[in-house]
Design a protein around this ligand. Structure first.
Ligand code: FPP
Length: 245
């Protein structure tokens, strides 16, 4: 969700105003994703590195998060959304952790969409944690290093327990970087870049990203012939005819 600061600066506003408008986009996009039938939506809301921003900005982002969790509680519960997090959420201040833990528990049985907030999250940090836990298991005799496979590593990542495989990553604000997001999970994800700043990103932009995604041919290392159904003329075969509105 990049570009809050630049959106504000371009309008002579403080960065905080950009984050406020960014939180409005969060509301809009969560609603649109639920309506579009998306199974899981992850929002990179605060990175492990964001703790090093000026203390006033970190304070404001934490307050914004707390407010979002309190204000959106009914809508999240009423729409069958299950809230989960990835990242080191233990680092969050108690006034954010309390409504977060409460809403995660209250929404745990919801099945219509997963909303995952990446909080105090870093892809490298998560991989490092997985390596640490695998080493511990190996030392304790619960894991044979010779048996470690792609599936084993995946099983040590919280994302594999909480989320389906990642299909699409949307990056706003014209940047073309992963910025320590889902490093493992993006292996076969489709990437969609938009010049829009996050505070300007709305339902139409989400639908445009889904159209783009629907026109991609996902080969996972195979050939076109292998992945295309013999008689296919549309579907996910690169025709661009997605059927999404
Ligand atoms: C990156 O833009 C954005 C963030 C570090 C914070 C994202 C937070 C929100 C959108 C609002 C709070 C979240 C929720 C879930 C309610 P930037 O500030 O780095 O922008 P810049 O690159 O233009 O400076």
């Amino acid at each position: 969700m990049d570009g809050n600061g630049r959106w504000a600066r371009a309008r002579g506003l403080p960065r905080e105003e950009g984050h406020e408008r960014g939180a409005d986009s969060v509301r809009t996009v969560v609603r649109a994703a639920r309506k579009a039938g998306i199974e899981a939506l992850t929002l990179f809301a605060f990175s492990s590195q964001n703790w090093d921003r000026p203390p006033e900005e970190v304070f404001h982002l934490m307050e914004l998060l707390r407010r979002y969790l309190v204000q959106e509680r009914d809508e999240i519960l009423g729409n069958g959304i299950r809230l989960v997090t990835v990242g080191d959420s233990e680092r969050l201040p108690p006034h954010v952790r309390a409504p977060l833990v409460d809403l995660m528990a209250a929404s745990a049985d919801n099945r219509d969409m997963v909303l995952c907030l990446a909080l105090s999250y870093g892809g490298r940090e998560m991989l490092t944690k997985a390596v640490r836990e695998m080493c511990r298991a190996a030392i304790a005799g619960r894991l044979d290093p010779a048996e470690i496979s792609v599936e084993t590593v995946e099983s040590y990542l919280d994302s594999s327990r909480l989320l389906p495989p990642l299909d699409l990553l949307v990056r706003t604000s014209g940047e073309h970087r992963i910025s320590n997001f889902f490093l493992w999970e993006t292996a076969y994800a489709e990437l969609h870049f938009t010049e829009k700043m996050w505070p300007e990103f709305g339902r139409e932009d989400l639908m445009a990203a889904l159209h783009d995604f629907a026109g991609r041919e996902r080969r996972f290392g195979h050939t076109s012939e292998q992945v295309r159904p013999p008689a296919a003329s549309g579907g996910n075969g690169g025709s661009g005819e997605s059927g999404l509105d």
